[in-house]
Write a protein that binds this ligand. Structure first.
Ligand code: IMP
Length: 428
């Protein structure tokens, strides 16, 4: 029962879609287990840049079964749009996509609340994607959430919407001074979306279990990254789900015994969207060069990403909390052309050296990175076809990451296309 988990080791946008796409070619099933359409996975196939938000990247491989797990929050309107977008490219989605009946729905009031709560926070706002993710998970924990299975029972769905609107409209109007929602248009648009997706809705835990028992290869595709985990990330500047490897068990509805290995995706440098401390952030020309060369703009929101050097203090933390078996390093081509590259190996805090990632953001924001400097490598390496032909200094950079994290590098990528990657360890 090979089960491989692919997660992000930083603040998301590590290029997980790229690694998942490569592993998906050998998998039988690809499962997403947390988050919603706050995620943006970019995969380039035959010069087409696919941008996926809800559907696992495995959908780009014909014949693979793709699962939206119970731990996800689904905006059904956005899901229907994404299905249509893929169908527009001739991709068969409906016979291969399975949607958990236990997943929670993102409702229109979640999106509005996401916006007004952010505005209300002023200086303290998180910089959310405003897709309603946080408020939907809040309702799940508050036990007033509406699930996919409810959507398939129109009368019950209507009752639940009505109950929730009573409460939500009070908050929206009285606390935030905005116009509340009418029940009718919500019911109409959601039930219309339900018609489109109902044949894909099922108990996904049974399918995943069955595949596992029959020795099928299952890939669990994380969204966001370790530092955005609501428990283990840079709280409160996090998302509301569990992007770490442990999130798979709850969000896909499996036991830990069904996981064989965990691959942590590491971008060759660090990026972050939204607010919060970022010790290795580059506010100079080098940061701008990395942003432009690496197309570091949000797939979901188009926001410019903050860019900085690779941070091994953070990576070692990700190794621990995810129990990483391997790492996959992406976007090594972006750093090409820089005379020197730096890796943060520790932090200086109040005159002391710290090597463990701190919980306190006050401490983190005062941490000064301690760098190890390595010689850079040339530009224009994306068309190299053999690993032996890669620049020597790039190989040294990879070995350095291996040495500093204590985890074997299984895969590296030097460009967005399928053929621009090298497999070092065969995972499936
Ligand atoms: P939310 O997930 O929309 O609630 O946003 C919470 C935080 O997570 C914000 O800082 C977002 O920028 C960040 N975030 C959410 N999804 C992603 C992602 O896919 N990549 C990178 N950052 C993300």
């Amino acid at each position: 029962m090979p089960g491989i988990v692919v997660i992000g080791t930083q603040w998301g946008d590590e290029g997980k879609g790229r690694i998942v796409d490569y592993l998906a070619s050998r998998a039988d099933m690809v499962v997403r287990y947390q988050g919603g359409n706050n995620a943006g996975h970019t995969v380039e196939v035959n010069d087409i840049r696919f941008k996926l938000h809800l559907i696992p990247s495995g959908i780009l491989h014909p014949g693979k079964i793709c699962v939206i797990g119970n731990g996800m929050v689904i905006d059904p309107i956005a899901l229907v749009e994404e299905i249509r977008y893929l169908e527009g490219y001739g991709i068969d989605v409906k016979s291969r996509l399975k949607i958990s009946d236990r997943a929670h729905l993102i409702m229109p009031y979640h999106k509005l609340l996401d916006e007004v709560i952010e505005e209300h926070k002023g200086e303290l706002q998180l910089g959310t994607t405003r897709r309603g993710i946080g408020p939907a998970y809040v309702d799940k924990a508050e036990r007033i959430g509406i699930r996919v299975c409810d959507l398939l029972e129109p009368k019950y769905f209507e009752e639940k919407v009505e109950q929730n609107l009573k409460m939500k409209n009070e908050i929206i109007q009285k606390v935030y001074g905005k116009k509340g929602f009418e029940k009718g248009p919500i019911i109409e648009s959601y039930l219309k979306a339900a018609e489109q997706i109902k044949d894909m809705v099922c108990d996904t835990t049974s399918i995943i279990y069955e595949f596992s028992k029959n020795d099928k290869k299952i890939l669990y595709e994380g969204a966001q990254g370790t530092l955005l985990d609501v428990d283990l990330g840079t709280y409160p500047y996090v998302t509301s789900s569990h992007p770490i490897a442990g999130g798979v068990c709850i969000g896909a509805g499996i036991g830990p015994t069904l996981i064989d290995s965990v691959v942590g995706v590491v971008k060759a440098y660090t990026t972050r969207v939204g607010k919060g401390p970022f010790p290795t952030e580059l506010l100079d020309k080098t940061g701008d060069i990395i942003r432009e060369k690496g197309y570091e703009y949000g797939t979901t929101t188009g926001r410019p990403r903050r860019c900085g050097w690779l941070d091994v203090v953070m990576l070692r933390y990700a190794v621990k909390v995810n129990g990483l078996s391997y790492v996959a390093i992406t976007k090594l081509d972006t750093l090409g052309g820089l005379e020197k590259v730096k890796i943060c190996i520790g932090y200086k805090y109040k005159g002391k050296t710290i090597t463990d990632f701190p919980a306190s953001l006050n401490v983190l924001s005062e941490c000064e990175p301690i760098y190890e400097e390595l010689p850079g490598w040339e530009e224009g390496i994306s068309d190299i076809k053999r690993i032996e032909e890669l620049p020597e200094n790039l190989i040294k950079y990879i070995y350095k990451i291996e040495e500093l994290t204590g985890v074997k590098v299984a895969f590296i990528s030097i460009g967005p296309k399928r053929e621009q990657g090298f497999e070092i360890v065969k995972l499936f």
